[in-house]
Write a protein that binds this ligand. Sequence first.
Ligand SMILES: Nc1ncnc2c1ncn2[C@@H]1O[C@H](COP(=O)(O)OP(=O)(O)OP(=O)(O)O)[C@@H](O)[C@H]1O
Ligand SMILES: [Mg+2]
Length: 326
Amino acid sequence: MITRIEVENFKSIKGQKLEDISQIVGIWGKNGSGKSSLLQAILWCLKNGGRFSGNGLHFSNEKDFTYGHDIKNKAKANIIYKDGKYESIGGTTQNWGNDVIHSVRYFPPWRSIIQRSYSIQSQVIRDLALDHQNIHAFMHDFLHGLYDKIRRGDKDAEKLYNQMNDYATKIGFGHLFDIREGGNVTGTYTDEIMGVEIPVVDGGFGGNSFLPILLEGYSFKDGVLLIEEPEISLHPAAQAEVWDFFVEMARERNHQIIFTSHSDYLLKRIVKSYNDENFDENLVTVLKAEKTKDGTTFNKVPKENIMKLPYEKKSKTLIEELTERT
Ligand SMILES: Nc1ncnc2c1ncn2[C@@H]1O[C@H](COP(=O)(O)OP(=O)(O)OP(=O)(O)O)[C@@H](O)[C@H]1O
Ligand SMILES: [Mg+2]
């Protein structure tokens, strides 16, 4: 778990310290306010930045990722993660180790196009959202591991499989499984209503955008999931249920989740959680990202003000504001 983040001169962030970071952090703010800059600073510090250049995150050019393009003031990130201190300064990344690289996963807002099938001989790359083509091979490995455990009577594996399929159904899929034809695997599911077997690639954009998050989230424990706009292509009800998924990931898989969002539905569900008797308020922090003359600021939004996000109007919702007759 990341407990502290200090960023200086990285993209839109001139200087920000975030302390006592909770297990779930949701960042709301207008387009260009600097939400993703924070996720990217974490990646830059904890992962080998160059690895992401093929996916549109170019951390290789120091000038571009330095605040104001002024490399006299070096970009800097200090992160406390699992009791270790990690630091990046300027073009270099120091102190990153294998453990960190494998437990931090980044889900960009562009989820790449998946293939219809995939060779099972190929090496499975674990960053699904970054290499979405491998989703079939990943599903194959992961599901077969689960089937084996379930066959041996492992109740936890069965519970996990059922929970995963519940969410798969909420995003328009159904019961997930895989088929193997020759050397290829195809991730498939059973359509709940029609009872037809469908390759995931034909399952709708919402499901396909969320599938990497779903599979990776269930496939391991104790990770840090950095998720850009989990609501992409999801129906409002499914956007709200993303929150339930996050809570389950935090409580049962012990993942930390740091995400950016514009979704009002997701926010409303957070507010609903606050009213639940058993909900631990310390589980989540909602941050508001704002662009100022001195770069992006991140401020914790008190519980009672959360519903004013993202509109910042005291009494009206954004829809009331935009549809009002003048
Ligand atoms: N090197 C830099 N120095 C200063 N500002 C920068 C630099 N690079 C990018 N920016 C600013 O950062 C902002 C983009 O930040 P970011 O991508 O984090 O926004 P965001 O809140 O995630 O937006 P969206 O909701 O559209 O994804 C832009 O407004 C851009 O002007
Ligand atoms: Mg963004």
